[in-house]
Write a protein that binds this ligand. Structure first.
Ligand SMILES: CC(C)(COP(=O)(O)OP(=O)(O)OC[C@H]1O[C@@H](n2cnc3c(N)ncnc32)[C@H](O)[C@@H]1OP(=O)(O)O)[C@@H](O)C(=O)NCCC(=O)NCCS
Length: 218
């Protein structure tokens, strides 16, 4: 029988290491994640995101959140893809770890991005999930580098990047909230500098996922 993960293999992807599991996000998970994000992802006065999605009004929050994730599914293909995986810590859905890219078959690079519900910050989960995504992309998707970026006033994200082995790669002035300028530190990770996590990576669903991004095609 054909299942939805046969249609969209990202939904059948599972990456685990110790107490943390990264998995494709179902519609039911979207509801849990939207509730989690609505309870808070960061102190409200300063958004860490280049697109301020957590500023959406409460009555539209869940719909806009789900629409973003549905858009990534609708537009998924070898030319451009966003891989967003839900993060479960000891069985509890705590956030999202993503990577996005264009022309991956040529560039073999992608940009990581992530968030955790504020009640889950500061326990090492952010570092572990980023290490898991980077290990997955280097070891199973043949990446040659990974980028990231964080506003200069986001010490937690910058600390995670440093611990994972990214090095600084310039700065960019951006509009953050409407009319507000803020600077991001751009970050670059190469396999030689990558600091892996303590737990081995277990992966399933990778063959179908590789085919869905154009790897291993004849
Ligand atoms: C970024 C994020 C995913 C990190 O997750 P986390 O589980 O809190 O991270 P960890 O606990 O693994 O590591 C956080 C590190 O930041 C450090 N840190 C946190 N706040 C800090 C501060 N104000 N000043 C200096 N260091 C700080 C911690 O000390 C820790 O480093 P250490 O282990 O060397 O002590 C999480 O904070 C988050 O979701 N933030 C909001 C969304 C976001 O910023 N996303 C990234 C956008 S680029």
């Amino acid at each position: 029988m054909t299942t939805i993960s046969d249609v969209l293999p990202v939904l059948g992807l599972r990456v685990s290491a110790g107490p943390i599991e990264l998995k494709g996000i179902t519609d039911d998970d979207l509801v849990t994640l939207a509730d989690l994000a609505a309870r808070g992802v960061h102190p409200p006065e300063r958004t860490p995101f280049t697109y301020p999605w957590t500023d959406a009004p409460a009555d539209e929050f869940a719909l806009k959140f789900a629409q973003y994730h549905w858009r990534t599914r609708a537009d998924f293909g070898p030319d451009a893809w966003v891989l967003n995986l839900g993060v479960w810590h000891e069985g509890v859905l705590v956030g999202v770890q993503g990577i996005n890219t264009t022309k991956y078959l040529v560039t073999r690079t992608g940009e990581t991005g992530s968030w955790l519900g504020i009640e889950h910050h500061g326990h090492g989960i952010g570092t572990a999930m980023r290490r898991m995504m980077c290990a997955f992309v280097f070891d199973h998707l043949d990446a040659v580098q990974i980028t990231s970026g964080a506003f200069t006033d986001n010490p937690a994200s910058l600390a995670v990047s440093r611990k994972v082995g990214y090095r600084e790669n310039g700065v960019v002035r951006r509009e953050r909230r409407p009319g507000e300028v803020a600077t991001t530190v751009e970050l670059l990770l190469t396999p030689d500098a990558f600091v892996r996590g303590e737990h081995p990576l277990e992966v399933s669903g990778v063959e179908a996922f590789r085919r869905s991004i154009g790897l291993d095609s004849d």
